[in-house]
Structures are given as structure tokens and as C-alpha cells.
Design a protein around this ligand. Sequence first.
Ligand SMILES: NC(=O)c1ccc[n+]([C@@H]2O[C@H](COP(=O)([O-])OP(=O)(O)OC[C@H]3O[C@@H](n4cnc5c(N)ncnc54)[C@H](OP(=O)(O)O)[C@@H]3O)[C@@H](O)[C@H]2O)c1
Length: 413
Amino acid sequence: MKILVTGASGLLGKKTMELLSLSKRFEVIGTYLTHPNEMIYKLDITNKISVEAFFHDFNFDIVIHAAALVDADYCEKDKELCENINVIGTMNLVDVCKKNGKKLLFVSSDYIFDGDRPPYTEDSAPHPVNFYGVTKLEGEEIIKKNLDDYIIIRPPLLYGDDDETKPDFITTLLKKLKNNEKIFLDNEIIKYPTLTEDIAQSILALISVDAKGIFNTGSDEGITKYQWAKKIAQFYGYTEDSIFENKESPSAPRPLNVLLDSSKIKRLNISFANIEQGLKKTFKTDYAKKFNFRIIRSKDVPLEDRSPYGGYFIKRLFNGQLNDSDENVGLYETIIRPHSTVKSHYHKNLDEILYFFTACFLVIGSEKIEIHPNDTVILPRGVPHEVITQNEEVRLLAIKIPNIVEDKRIYKH
Ligand SMILES: NC(=O)c1ccc[n+]([C@@H]2O[C@H](COP(=O)([O-])OP(=O)(O)OC[C@H]3O[C@@H](n4cnc5c(N)ncnc54)[C@H](OP(=O)(O)O)[C@@H]3O)[C@@H](O)[C@H]2O)c1
């Protein structure tokens, strides 16, 4: 089955192409307009003749239409361009699908709703509050009027792994945090950030079952951009002090709270990552405050904080935030053979506490550290580490903690 993905150089199109290609069930051909890469073709969807010729050359079975002018403020300023890409471009693709009897999957938006009366089902009345939303709704209407075999999906704010050409919210924010820039963000409008990967999975599921009709596709955890940024900063180990509330209105009005009821697509076994899961899934080592590890030497630990083994009483470290019944805490005892090494690795989603019964060397980043028996090492996620043994086997306990936890106690070491 041959599939065309328009907007394959974009945040969502790229992820969709990647996922469909991986499934090996489809031949996937993607297009771009201004951001080329080796794997995709140039196609301006506003040019009817080019669209027809492209379709004629490849004879697609399904069109996934993810190309659009997405910047709502820019759309408000240049309505003609926005209309041309989002409406005329969509119409050109609808025409070729209609002529050739092919299926179209259109990526619409939560911005077709006004955000005044959430939640919104697939049947709720649309009422866009900005021009971008108007053009996405027009796209939907052209499709409904002209095609029988179509799918319309409506994602909210998208984020996910991306490259430097199309930085998403998280990447842009991390860059600013790293550069100590002041960051101003809205703290009124409730957004429902959704992973591109989850939308790409939705697209795969929908075309796999040959679905038809409209599907809301969004996470149901609401958050303002300001609150989200604070969570991101905290997760990556940055101070939140440079993040401020922005009181200025954007040039395009925004819907206040478009909570989508996505229960229809969830029946296809699709789920949407919440904020915390999304942070873990998109973890970027480059931006994490690396090498922020701590070593607590057993001799420096006061008697009352020593474990029965003589080392650091780990439960105390988190002021009682951890307890024995915490299912999220993984505890492993490991033995490493003499003269061997545990190759350098880092954990994407886990903080780790290593408690050593035996002496060894630990390489953290490029630093080689001598470890004594009963030393405790705290390794936040993203810190590359390697254990090197000498003449004797090394015994250690590793505690893996998926939730970021703050060490409230301070010890000299
Ligand atoms: N991003 C969001 O938060 C969000 C939220 C809800 C819905 N959506 C919808 O999701 C879809 C994908 O959005 P996205 O975030 O992936 O957008 P994006 O990263 O801005 O990518 C837009 C894509 O459209 C292409 N494009 C623009 N004008 C074109 C034209 N005239 N001819 C052909 N291709 C053209 C771009 O190509 P070049 O980059 O190569 O020029 C790019 O590949 C859109 O339909 C959007 O409305 C997005």
C-alpha cells in the first residue's frame, strides 16, 4: 500500500513517516516545501498542477495530509498565505483523492473549537476564535463535502522529538534555560500537550483498521505553558527563577480550554502520554544538567543515618518520600566479576542510587572516582556512568527511581 505524507519535514509528518515506514506494511513517500532531506520530495500543495502530476507519478492509495501553516499569530497577520496553504492546498489534495477514489486522512486541530465549554466530542459544534482555526475548519468542511472515504483527526498542542530546524516547545525552552534567558509564558490558557508519537500511532491505528470519520486525538492533562515550562525546568535540573508569567495577549486570540474527549480513538487501544510520561519519553541528554552526581562517603554519615550495613540509610535521604511499598522503586543487588566493567550507560527515565559493599572505580562522564565500601552514589537520570572492578568481585545495590526526587538533606563530602 502506497502512502503520501504531506508535511513530512514537519514535527508531526516526520514522526508519522518514521512510524509508518517502520511498520514495513506501507511504502511511504513524504513531501516538504522548504526543509528538504534526502528521503522526501518537494511539493507545493498550493500548486494544483504539481499536486496532480505528483499523484499521477506515484498513484498513492492513501494521502495523510499533515502540511499546513501552523503558526496562529502568523496566520492572523498573513491571512492570504494561511488560506492558500490550509484551504486551497487541502482542496487540491481532496480533488486528486476524489478523482482517483482514494482515502484522505486530514490533520485538523483543536482550534476549530472556542474553548468556552469543554470537553468537546467529535459532534460538538465548532466555533473557531482565530483565523488559523477558521482555515482548519474550512479544510474539514471541504473534505466532508467532497469525499466519502476520509479520516479527520484533531490534535491539540504537539510536541516531541525533533531536530534543530523545527524545535518544539520543550527544545526551545531548554535552549533558553541553558542560556539563562528570561522566559515569559502564558498562565491562563489551558493546553493539552500531546506527543507527536501518540498522534502518529493514532494515524497508524486508524489506517490499519480502515477507519472512517472524525476522531479527537489528544491528551486529557491540562496545563498552562507557564506551568508546563516550570515542570520541564524542574525535570531537567534547572532553576525556575527565569520563568515569568506573560500578561500580554498574543496577536491571534486563543481558545481558553479545549479539552478534547478522545474516548472514541481510545477504543482502538490508543493512549496519550500525560505531562510526566511525555517528559520521560522526550528526555534530551544534551540539555540535562549532567554530572550532577553526589557521593556520600560512609564515614561522613552521622550514626543515626547509617543503615544496618554501616552505609547511608537511603530511605532517610528523601525525608520519608520513599517507603517499602513504593512500587516504583526497583531494588537490585548486582555482582560484577573481577577485572570486568559495566560499560558506560545512562538511564533515560530513572534516577539511580548505587550503594557499594565493595571497593571499585566508577567513571562518571570523564571523571574516574575511587569508591570505598559503604559509599553511596546518587546519579540523576542522564548521567553516563561505568563501573570498573579490579582484583575482587564488586557487590552493589542499585535502587532505580522513576520519579524525580529531591534530596532535602545536605551532607559535606
Ligand atoms: N503543531 C501543533 O501544535 C499542532 C496542533 C494541532 C494541529 N496541528 C496540525 O498538525 C499538522 C502538522 O503540524 P506540525 O506541527 O507538524 O507543523 P510544522 O512542523 O510547522 O510543519 C508544517 C509542514 O507543512 C509543510 N508545508 C507548509 N506549507 C506548505 C506548502 N505550501 N506545500 C507543501 N508543504 C507545506 C512544511 O514544509 P517545510 O517545513 O518543508 O516548508 C512542513 O513540513 C498541521 O496540519 C497542523 O495544522 C498542529
